[in-house]
Ligand binder design. Structure first.
Ligand code: NAD
Ligand code: ZN
Ligand code: ZN
Length: 377
């Protein structure tokens, strides 16, 4: 089959690889109808997360089940499914408690948490490919209505929509609360969509990319271009000097200033500054314990204003999203017309165009907000 293969930093190719096969009776094979490129894929792409050459990329996958192992009995051949980016075994303590993001058995490298096509998340190939092997298929796969309706909405259920929603959960967004979100990539925009659905009174989205900020305003949020205005002034003016009730970090360890220079502590510091005393912050942007290309935080030690955070009594939640906790409810919001995550899609391309798409998405070129690959087309 054809797959998007990582051959080294800034080098991906569409190449022939072996077809996946059922390796355990609990596996299923999914023919991929849509696989998205994610901001997280850019970490290995840029050499900012150590990925072995030859790995197949892609953790935002959906498609049709074409084969199941002998012990799979809930999921059937022909089912249309969303594949959560986390791989959970379903029976370890963390999976049982709903934290599939920290499965204790799926990652043989020893750290809790496994996923597709991402460094240090286990030996699982990604789904930017014609087919994908899904371990513990009965536990992991979310069933979707058959057919092709809502394809571009449902494809957000594998990662960015649940992850944005998880940000609102960690930040304790509730009816009437004000929310400031840093980052207007797919994840930040999905956090804005989720905050509106949860009844936030005011939603602010901070970035410097105009096309992305425009999408934020289409979602009903107030865009703040940090290269043009002071985030603190805007938020304080709008909240009678108190600060926002809730803050969401959807940028990650490559946070940079208006000139493009990286400061891994920058967004955390700003959040501590603009969230009100006793408020909550959800950090869904990725921070890593090792960054091969960083001078400032090669070992993950990011020095942000912990003293002010403590003095304000802030609650800070972190980590990967446990997708299964939210995906069925978000699927139903899509079906009922309450949520339209497809509004962030900018490009739909065949697999062959993945190398160009990576280049343009990586440069944050105007108009490249979210790329969907359709391997079957
Ligand atoms: N926690 C999880 O489970 C999970 C899941 C998916 C993605 N992520 C992470 O979420 C983050 C966002 O993902 P994405 O796909 O939206 O990425 P993206 O790279 O498309 O978007 C990040 C945005 O942050 C903006 N930005 C950079 N510096 C900024 C600053 N100082 N202030 C405000 N905005 C700034 C960039 O301009 C960009 O638009 C990444 O770190 C990604 O790895 C986490
Ligand atoms: Zn992703
Ligand atoms: Zn588990």
């Amino acid at each position: 089959m054809k797959a998007v293969v990582f051959n080294g930093p800034y080098t991906v190719g569409v190449q022939e690889v072996d077809d996946p096969r059922i390796e355990s009776p609990l596996d299923a094979i999914v023919s991929i109808t849509t696989a998205n490129i994610c901001g997280s894929d850019l970490h290995p792409y840029e050499g900012r997360a150590d990925m072995p050459a030859g790995s197949v990329l892609g953790h935002e996958n959906m498609g049709i089940v074409t084969e199941v192992g002998s012990a799979v009995n809930r999921v059937k051949v022909g089912d249309r499914v969303s594949v959560p980016f986390n791989i959970g075994c379903g029976t370890c303590r963390n999976c049982e408690e709903g934290f599939t993001s920290a499965c204790l058995t799926a990652n043989p490298e020893g750290t809790p948490g496994a996923g597709y096509g991402y460094p240090k998340m286990g030996p699982y190939r990604g789904g930017q490919a014609e087919q994908l092997r899904v371990p513990w298929a009965d536990f992991n796969l979310l069933l979707l209505p058959r057919g092709t309706d809502f394809e571009n909405d449902f494809t957000m259920l594998s990662d960015v929509f649940p992850t944005g929603y998880h940000g609102t959960e960690l930040a304790h967004v509730a009816p009437g609360r004000s929310v400031v979100i840093f980052g207007a990539g797919a994840v930040g925009l999905m956090a804005a969509h989720s905050a509106a659905i949860r009844g936030a009174s005011q939603v602010f989205v901070v970035d410097k990319e105009k096309d992305r900020l425009h999408l934020a305003s289409e979602l009903g949020a107030t865009p703040i271009d940090f290269s043009q205005e002071s985030v603190e002034d805007v938020i304080m003016d709008a909240t009678r000097g108190l600060g926002a009730d809730c803050g969401i970090e959807a940028v990650g360890y490559q946070a940079h200033d208006a000139s493009g220079e990286e400061h891994p502590e920058m967004v955390l510091d700003e959040l501590v500054g603009v969230v009100r005393a006793t408020g909550s912050i959800g950090v869904i942007g990725v921070y890593v314990p090792e960054d091969p290309a960083s001078d400032e935080a090669p070992d993950g030690r990011v020095q942000f204003n912990w003293g002010a955070a403590w003095e304000k009594g802030l609650t800070i939640g972190t980590g990967q999203c446990p997708v299964k906790r939210y995906n069925r409810y978000l699927r139903d919001l899509i079906i009922e017309g309450v949520a339209t995550p497809s509004m962030i899609v900018s490009h739909e391309l065949p697999l062959e165009e993945a190398p160009t798409a990576y280049e343009k998405f990586d440069r944050r070129e105007e108009g490249w907000t979210k790329v969907l690959l359709h391997p079957a087309s």
